[in-house]
Design a binder for this molecule. Structure first.
Ligand SMILES: Cc1cc2nc3c(=O)[nH]c(=O)nc-3n(C[C@H](O)[C@H](O)[C@H](O)COP(=O)(O)OP(=O)(O)OC[C@H]3O[C@@H](n4cnc5c(N)ncnc54)[C@H](O)[C@@H]3O)c2cc1C
Length: 331
């Protein structure tokens, strides 16, 4: 593929509470793949009121250039100011591609930029590979994740959003990228809507995305009380508890723990699935796990097709044995 003169890959890294979101840092991985193909640089972009903390954090993740746009205009999180700033940065640096995490803001910014600049665009990518000539092929889940579609984007520039957990963050290094401040003042006429009020949903804080170990339970756990076994095992292993949608809908555990297509995409080193059948909508969220253990009493359960280790048995009998054995070995 001919990348032409535009070779750099611009990554918009969204912030939450003054810190870069993980899904934004993960975008640096496909950005590096693209930059290798295009022969360009990876430019990370922060937009916010005070980027100091995020600059420190992002600088260790291997971007070649770290651009920082600060101003009070970004205080209410309204997308118009962000969209204007992104457009200005794209105009100045002329990237071959603009990447962002698939959040409401990431979707909107890339869609607006693509429409304005008539760029090719993909949303919600879960994988990227390059054809022999360096042409990017993005994998996009369709029809509730039932099928995975490969989309070839062979025009430059283009935009893409990536799904949280689909790519691993680059290794953090001691080498820091220096920060280039960009002064962009957003004209009043660029702001067409104002955020009047933001209501924060009170949710239990559970960091599934960064967990190294997840012990997840499904409908096969039978009742809420049995989730105590998952909790126990997760604690011993220094992990957190995940769940399938039916377990959440039965109110055995809060929605913050849901893994899968309409929950979180996770990438732990170890995933232990208990009483989970292995439906596509759940499995699509765990495919980046390092090692998958499945406990199911049905030896034909589809989860065994993707498990590295399968245990055919009643989870309520297997789990206490596992807990006891691990405790013994730890002691
Ligand atoms: C648009 C859409 C989005 C969705 N999003 C998600 C999502 O984000 N996450 C998600 O998880 N699902 C999601 N679903 C639902 C998904 O399709 C499945 O229905 C769900 O994942 C099945 O959950 P489960 O494995 O807990 O239950 P089941 O499919 O009922 O499986 C229960 C399993 O437990 C086993 N079992 C029973 N008793 C025991 C026992 N004592 N010991 C061991 N094993 C036992 C059974 O053999 C069975 O395999 C979505 C569906 C749709 C349509």
């Amino acid at each position: 593929m001919d990348w032409g003169k535009q070779k750099d890959i611009l990554v918009f890294i969204e912030q939450k509470d003054g810190h870069p979101i993980n899904a934004g840092l993960e975008c640096l991985t496909p950005a590096r793949t693209l930059a290798k193909a295009s022969g360009g640089k990876v430019l990370a972009l922060l937009i916010g009121t005070d980027n100091a903390e995020s600059e420190k954090r992002v600088s260790g993740f291997g971007a070649d250039v770290l651009l920082s746009v600060e101003g009070e205009q970004y205080a209410d999180g309204g997308s118009d100011a962000f969209s204007y700033a992104l457009e200005q940065v794209a105009e100045k640096y002329k990237p071959a591609a603009v990447l962002a995490a698939v959040t409401p803001l990431g979707r909107e910014l890339t869609a607006r930029l693509s429409a304005k600049k008539v760029m090719g665009s993909v949303q919600d990518a879960v994988n990227l590979h390059l054809q022999e000539d360096g042409t990017p092929v993005w994998t996009i889940p369709l029809y509730s994740g039932t099928i995975l579609n490969d989309i070839v984007l062979d025009t430059v520039p283009f935009a893409a959003t990536t799904r949280s957990g689909a790519f691993s963050k680059p290794e953090e290094s001691e080498t820091k990228t220096s920060v280039t401040k960009e002064c962009i003042s957003v004209p009043d006429e660029a702001i067409r809507k104002k955020v009047l009020e933001s209501v924060k949903e009170i949710t239990e804080a559970v960091n599934l995305e960064d967990a190294k170990v997840i012990v997840a339970g499904g409908r096969g756990m039978g009742k809420k009380e049995n989730f105590a076994l998952l909790d126990q095992l997760a604690k011993i292993l220094g992990g957190v508890v995940g769940a399938t949608r039916p377990a959440v809908e039965s109110e055995w555990i809060s929605r913050a723990h849901q893994v899968g297509q309409s929950g979180k995409n996770v990438a732990p080193a170890l995933y232990i699935g208990c009483g989970i059948s292995g439906a596509t909508q759940h499995v699509s969220g765990i495919m980046n796990s390092g090692y998958i253990v499945a406990i199911n009493k049905d030896e034909d359960a589809p989860i065994f097709d993707i498990a590295d280790l399968g245990i055919v048995g009643d989870a309520m009998q297997v789990l206490p044995v596992m807990i006891e054995e691990i405790q013994k070995r730890k002691a």
